[in-house]
Design a protein around this ligand. Structure first.
Ligand SMILES: [Fe+2]
Ligand SMILES: [Fe+2]
Ligand SMILES: [Fe+2]
Length: 454
């Protein structure tokens, strides 16, 4: 018996008896630190969302979408952990209370948010903020008692994996770190005034003469980088072609892949109401944060399919910005939410909805497209549920939302007039079909493009 037990690790393998005998953070100190981590993750999520629409570089947009979602997951886990340790839980939707340097920490995050271009944004978010957060997580994991505080340690280890992945993404991008040293110094001065992420260091007041605080400005006019063309060409035949009964499956499938790629316009729209609707319950941000990442992922699926087909999708497909443009600048935040709700619901019927899209890809014998649409469908079912939760919170009936959505659609469609002159309005579809499928498009004589679709 004694022999059998000899090789079994003690304490469920969490730590040795000796390691677990070390005094770690008290519950008070633990909660104090976690509230700061929570606030940093929360503000970083908001900053990434707020900059997504106006960020021109596609690959950066993709990363912002992922990392805001990861930070939202960490916020969720940290909220739960804080509530486990303190009953009633401290206020979580505001700057941590009774923490002398919490306001300075928030001021630091305000400055990260004040980035004016891609390089400044990446410098602030990754080089300064996420890297300081990762250091604070490693420190916490090392110093807290592994037995008494196992739940915190576990959640921070997971958060650290995400954060290190985000940092690795940022580090792999070269040619920007030197240029932005001045901006990094500016931000580090503000972080030093907060005593670092944990607030443990001696706070050093900001030399305001040298580093005057910069004001934040968010734009929700969607941007694309110079590799793209036709962003104001609002002719987008795939919206109609994908469900035309007389068009062969191969062409409808091609239309679907174009629609997927265009789906970045949903994050570009969602970002505006997530930013402009302040003071909502956490569930609002958590749900939409998840959906935003899914929608960006769907756009990325489209790009993968085109890369696999050797199509230069950035140049060949005019990925117009009309959806986010008209809603962000010509509708209210709640109108945008209702529009999103109505669109998600419209994806559910089996004749033209997500089931049909999946079957189209199968009929076209495109295994990769079918694989993507299988998952796109599953995600969209989740989004329909998120939409229903939103209506319940807002006290809006689904009929009301659908009715309003039609009006919002008409009103914002009309608002596009003022942008039409910015690009040639050109029907690129027949040439594109001929180039990619090597045959003449069967979608001649299709109806107009004032459609209500994502
Ligand atoms: Fe979508
Ligand atoms: Fe989708
Ligand atoms: Fe969706």
């Amino acid at each position: 018996m004694a022999n059998t037990a000899k090789n079994i690790p003690e304490l469920a393998g969490i730590a040795t008896y000796a390691d677990a005998a070390r005094i770690g953070f008290s519950v008070d100190e633990n909660v104090r630190r976690l509230l700061r981590f929570h606030w940093v993750e929360r503000r970083l999520m908001e900053i990434l969302v707020a900059h997504l629409t106006s960020e021109p570089v596609w690959e950066v947009k993709c990363a912002l979408a992922l990392h805001q979602g990861q930070s939202a997951e960490h916020v969720d886990a940290l909220r739960r952990r804080v509530s486990e340790m303190r009953n009633p839980a401290p206020r979580l939707d505001a700057i941590p209370e009774n923490d002398p340097t919490a306001a300075a920490l928030d001021e630091f995050l305000e400055q990260v948010d004040a980035a004016e271009d891609t390089d400044e944004l990446l410098t602030g978010v990754y080089d300064v903020a996420y890297s300081a957060l990762a250091e604070a997580y490693r420190d916490h994991i090392a110093r807290t008692n592994p037995l008494v505080d196992q739940p915190t340690r576990r959640l921070l280890r997971f958060a650290l994996i995400d954060t290190e992945d985000a940092l690795a993404w940022s580090l792999a991008r070269d040619g920007w770190r030197e240029d932005r040293r001045e901006w990094a110094d500016h931000l580090r001065a503000y972080l030093a005034a907060a005593g670092g992420v944990t607030g443990e260091r001696n706070p050093v007041p900001v030399d305001i003469g040298r580093y005057p605080p910069r004001a934040t400005h968010h734009s929700f006019h969607p941007r694309r980088d110079e590799r793209f063309r036709g962003r104001y060409n609002f002719e987008f035949a795939p919206h109609v072609v994908y469900s035309m009964p007389d068009v062969p499956a191969a062409e409808r499938n091609l239309a679907l892949l174009c629609k997927r790629t265009l789906e970045m316009d949903v994050p570009e729209m969602m970002a505006s109401f997530m930013t402009e609707r302040t003071g909502q319950p956490w569930e609002f941000y958590r749900d939409y944060s998840r959906q935003l990442w899914d929608e960006a992922r769907h756009a990325m699926m489209g790009t993968v399919a085109f890369e696999a087909k050797g199509v230069d999708w950035k140049r060949e497909i005019p990925l117009n910005i009309s959806f986010a443009l008209r809603l962000n600048l010509h509708a209210t935040p709640i109108e945008r939410q209702m529009m999103l709700y109505a669109i998600e619901q419209s994806l559910m019927p089996s004749d033209t909805g997500k089931r049909y899209e999946y079957q189209t890809a199968v009929a076209a014998d495109d295994a990769l497209s079918a694989h993507f649409h299988d998952y796109d469908w599953a995600d969209e079912v989740l989004h329909a549920q998120i939409g229903r939760r939103m209506l319940r919170r807002e006290g809006i009936s689904s009929d009301e939302a659908r009715e309003q959505a039609k009006e919002i659609h008409e009103k914002t469609w009309a608002a596009l007039e003022e942008y039409r002159a910015l690009d040639e309005q050109h029907d690129w579809w027949p040439d594109f079909v001929h180039r990619v499928l090597g045959r003449v498009s069967s979608a001649e004589g299709r109806p107009g493009l004032n459609i209500f679709a994502e």
